[in-house]
Ligand binder design. Structure first.
Ligand SMILES: C[S@@+](CC[C@H](N)C(=O)[O-])C[C@H]1O[C@@H](n2cnc3c(N)ncnc32)[C@H](O)[C@@H]1O
Length: 253
């Protein structure tokens, strides 16, 4: 018999508004599909570079077995505090993405979450290869990363033409650009990284297509709601997705 997983909304969906709500909804769908395929309601989820548990804790609250792996002891302590506040169990392991398989084991996960981490790891290909080893057959990695194209666009629209040009020049043939101590990707680059680890990349979404381009938040609550609906509609529309501040791509083993 499978355990019943209670329904709950991710707290980050409320905290971060449209930014996380779109990603959260996609992951909820991935988890529901995987649970059906695996015949288990409680999945094994690893959040690599999971920070203070913004996604990990809500998944743990839904009854899943969640492990956060992060090199930062402060981040892990924050994740455990957040889990304690919600009275849920969370495993917290200190370590780097490129050693993930040694930390949690080969074939240990139904879902690996890798959000806003590839920007900072030393070797993204090694990190993605370790993630691929941790995935069970049919399991999914959720990758969220900064979009290099959007960063160029934002700088140009802010009148920082030299910075925009430098960032564009830093964009290599692999669709990767490193600047300001941070790596960014094009959609083609992120897809190639995932597929280079032997995974199949399929769904891709843009997160914050418009929000980052607007000068300031409109105080009208109706405008915020309308913007969220617009972001939702634009997320999978290729030309708009490709200029979003962040790219969300799913890879499957
Ligand atoms: C911008 S935060 C993202 C946190 C969380 N994933 C989120 O989306 O809110 C980046 C996280 O990556 C972690 N990190 C940095 N280098 C890493 C590495 N080599 N392997 C795994 N995590 C790393 C940092 O400690 C930090 O918690």
């Amino acid at each position: 018999m499978t355990a019943r997983v209670p329904v709950s909304t991710g707290p980050d969906a409320r905290r971060d508004g449209a930014r996380s709500a779109l990603v959260w909804d996609t992951l909820q769908r991935v988890v529901a599909t995987r649970a059906g395929q695996a015949g288990r309601a409680a999945l094994d989820i690893v959040d690599v570079g999971g920070g203070t548990g913004g996604f990990a804790v809500p998944f743990a609250a839904l009854g899943h077995n969640v492990t956060v792996v992060d090199p930062s002891p402060d981040a892990l302590a924050g994740a455990q505090r957040r889990a304690a506040e919600r009275q849920v169990r969370l495993a917290a392991v200190q370590g780097d993405a490129d050693g993930l398989d040694h930390l949690v084991g080969d074939g240990a996960a139904d879902l690996v979450i890798c959000h806003s981490v590839l920007e900072y790891v030393d070797e993204p290909a090694a990190a993605m290869a370790a993630i691929a080893r941790v995935l069970r057959p049919g399991a999914t990695v959720s990758v969220l990363a900064a979009n290099a194209v959007s960063a160029v666009l934002h700088r140009a629209l802010a009148g920082r033409y030299d910075q925009a040009r430098d960032l564009l020049a830093a964009l290599d043939g692999a669709g990767e650009a490193s600047a300001d101590g941070r790596r960014r990707y094009t959609l083609a680059g992120l897809t190639a990284l995932i597929e280079g680890a032997g995974l199949r990349a399929d769904e891709a979404y843009g997160v914050r297509v418009f929000a980052g381009l607007l000068p300031a938040a409109d105080p009208d609550p109706g405008a915020a709601a309308a913007l969220a609906v617009l972001e939702d509609a634009a997320a999978a529309y290729p030309a708009l997705r490709d200029i979003a501040a962040r790219l969300h791509v799913l890879g499957h083993r």
